[in-house]
Design a protein around this ligand. Structure first.
Ligand SMILES: C[C@](O)(CO)[C@H](O)COP(=O)(O)OP(=O)(O)OC[C@H]1O[C@@H](n2ccc(N)nc2=O)[C@H](O)[C@@H]1O
Ligand SMILES: Nc1ncnc2c1ncn2[C@@H]1O[C@H](COP(=O)(O)OP(=O)(O)OP(=O)(O)O)[C@@H](O)[C@H]1O
Length: 284
């Protein structure tokens, strides 16, 4: 086989700067009102086009078989939707912790859709890619949308959000949180009055940040609560997505570095800059 030419594409993590749950759809998915921000903590994906139609992942992760990996699923979905006869060899460099609420798998999938749409010459619009992406996960569309955004629906109705420069300290408690069970527990709590939909807060446009999944996760996973407590010594931390990661927004890089250095001996911690936009543009 001919030597393959690889192109490298970044896949940034996201933070949910606020996350309100406003309702539930008939299929069980929850309706959200959430502000997404991309940060410069990124995976990267090497992609080479091949002409035999095969989708191959060179370095599957130990606990995710290649066929289940969101990068492979994204490539196959695009192939199926467009009828492209081309294939791809993929290599994923993970930096974004998994099960952290940072959307790493979703971002990897979005980057593959954006990159292969271009490399295969499919010519799908951004909207069409977003519609494909949501089939892989509720967090995929925002990464294709490509801008920091307020999201409603299950995360697929997006409006651009202008955000000031900011730096973030992101801590990863030593637990892996699965998204589905956290939403299920939230729903259970609705029945017993221990949780409620944040409809009024959403409608009123209240600016105070909160994450409606945080009380659920902090109770089930004491490690998350501990990290929230520790970070609150420096400001007002919040959990991102369905956890487990917890972040603190700082006004400048110096402050972020100071907090980072005081925590780095104790836990897994990252310092990241908020991005203005997704680093992959689809050429539009
Ligand atoms: C919590 C967030 O990270 C916020 O950005 C996302 O809403 C989660 O998005 P995601 O990880 O892409 O989630 P998916 O893979 O689509 O969904 C996993 C499971 O979480 C539940 N789920 C997810 C998203 C949502 N809006 N409501 C839900 O109830 C569903 O049971 C679903 O089967
Ligand atoms: N390329 C991939 N990278 C990471 N996880 C993947 C990938 N492909 C499949 N997965 C599966 O998806 C799960 C969720 O991964 P991800 O890193 O997106 O979690 P998360 O940050 O909690 O997501 P979210 O914020 O969207 O809930 C992983 O535990 C893994 O089993």
């Amino acid at each position: 086989m001919q030597a393959q030419t690889f192109h490298t594409f970044p896949a940034p993590a996201k933070l949910n700067l606020t996350l309100l749950i406003t309702g539930k759809r008939s299929d069980g998915y929850h309706l959200l009102d959430t502000d997404f921000r991309f940060i410069d903590l990124c995976d990267s994906i090497d992609i080479a086009v091949r002409d035999d139609g095969v989708i191959e992942l060179l370095n599957p992760m130990p606990d995710v078989p290649a066929d289940s990996d969101l990068t492979v699923r994204a490539a196959r979905l695009l192939q199926h939707a467009t009828g492209s006869p081309l294939g791809a060899t993929l290599r994923v460099h993970k930096r974004i912790p998994m099960g952290g609420g940072l959307g790493g798998g979703s971002s990897d999938a979005a980057t593959v859709l954006l990159a292969l749409n271009r490399l295969w010459g499919c010519g799908l619009s951004r909207e069409a890619l977003m519609q494909l992406g949501v089939q892989l996960g509720a967090d995929v569309p925002v990464f294709i949308f490509g801008k920091n955004a307020r999201a409603t629906g299950i995360g697929e109705q997006l409006t651009e959000l202008a955000l000031a420069d900011a730096w973030y300290v992101v801590c990863k408690p030593p637990v892996h949180v699965a998204t589905g069970p956290v939403f299920q527990e939230f729903s259970q709590r609705l029945l017993t009055g221990r949780a409620s939909f944040s409809i009024m807060r959403s409608l009123s446009g209240a600016t105070q940040k909160q994450n409606d999944l945080q009380p659920v996760v902090a109770e089930i996973y004491p490690a998350v609560k501990q990290v929230l407590n520790r970070l609150s010594e420096y400001g007002s931390p919040l959990m991102t997505g369905s956890g487990a990661c917890v972040f603190l927004e700082l006004a400048n890089e110096d402050q972020a570095n100071k907090v980072f250095h005081s925590l780095s001996g104790e836990m897994t911690v990252y310092v990241a800059k908020g991005l203005k936009a997704h680093p992959v543009s689809d050429g539009e």
